[in-house]
Design a protein around this ligand. Structure first.
Ligand code: XBP
Ligand code: MG
Length: 254
């Protein structure tokens, strides 16, 4: 059995609950700024999360939920501009300190860093969004806690495709048996699983608690803190409901 060498962290929904109060709000601000009358409610956004990637999500919205919109000649350029504006609004929201890390995330990151565990970010979100989240929550050198930041358009196929996990592992010179992934959604779970990673921890959130995680070895409400245990929904349970590095090592050995 290979030793656990690295933790691979998803960002949105896993490190922080960014979707409802971050990305969604930023999309709506960009729409307004562009003079569009589009509005993504919390409920609609839940449906739009079926597609990962902001540009892809806008296109999906037009295809499925706003079919009457008169497309500009250069739809791809139009979406790219809108998305660029959305990224600016998202960074502003994070810089205003609106979105904290989820329960237990900072504790686990600090513990893993102190132990010399290798860490990477594996996400579909735009790199600028990752920088903003990490610097605002971990401090100016937050990004440097992670050996590799695999993000955005560096692979053509976003999650649920395994490409972004494969890219990160190749960059780190690791095979799937040496890694453990932390995710929050079915798309993320499928991406890690199809990259042949067996050790996967799912921390669900409001948008993903109904997702199908069949086969995942650990599904919990969050990573837990001493005195604030996580609830276990499926699979292995950590002592006192706190997902420590030790518990992750045990999960990896199973
Ligand atoms: C999250 C996503 C992203 C963000 C928006 O993926 O699906 O699309 O909602 O980011 P993950 P961009 O949980 O894998 O991080 O607008 O920058 O694409
Ligand atoms: Mg996610």
């Amino acid at each position: 059995m290979a030793k656990l060498e690295a933790l691979l962290f998803d960002v949105d929904g896993t490190l922080a609950d960014t979707e409802r109060d971050g990305h969604r709000v930023a999309f709506n601000a960009a729409f307004k700024q562009a003079g569009l009358d589009w509005y993504w409610s919390e409920e609609l956004y839940g449906k739009l999360l079926a597609v990962t990637g902001g540009k892809e999500r806008i296109r999906y919205y037009l295809e499925k939920f706003n079919t009457g919109f008169q497309h500009p000649e250069d739809l791809t350029g139009f979406i790219a501009d809108l998305h660029k504006s959305k990224t600016g609004h998202y960074e502003r929201i994070l810089n205003e300190g609106e979105i904290p890390l989820r329960t237990g995330v900072q504790r686990l990151l600090e513990e893993s860093r102190t132990a010399g565990m290798r860490m990477a970010v594996v996400t579909t979100t735009t790199p600028a969004n990752v920088s903003a989240l990490l610097s605002n929550s971990l401090g100016a050198d937050g990004e440097r806690w992670f050996e590799v930041i695999a993000a955005g358009d560096i692979v053509p196929h976003k999650k649920p495709a395994p490409d972004i996990y494969n890219w990160a592992m190749e960059k780190m010179g690791l095979v799937p048996e040496q890694c453990l992934a932390l995710e929050d959604s079915r798309n993320g779970y499928l991406s890690a699983r199809d990259a042949d990673i067996n050790a996967i921890v799912i921390t669900v959130n409001g948008y993903t608690e109904e997702d199908d995680f069949t086969g995942a070895p650990m599904v919990v409400s969050h990573l837990g803190e001493p005195g604030n245990p996580s609830q276990s929904f499926d699979g292995m349970v950590c002592d006192e409901g706190v997902v420590t590095l030790d518990c992750l090592k045990q999960l990896h050995q199973r």
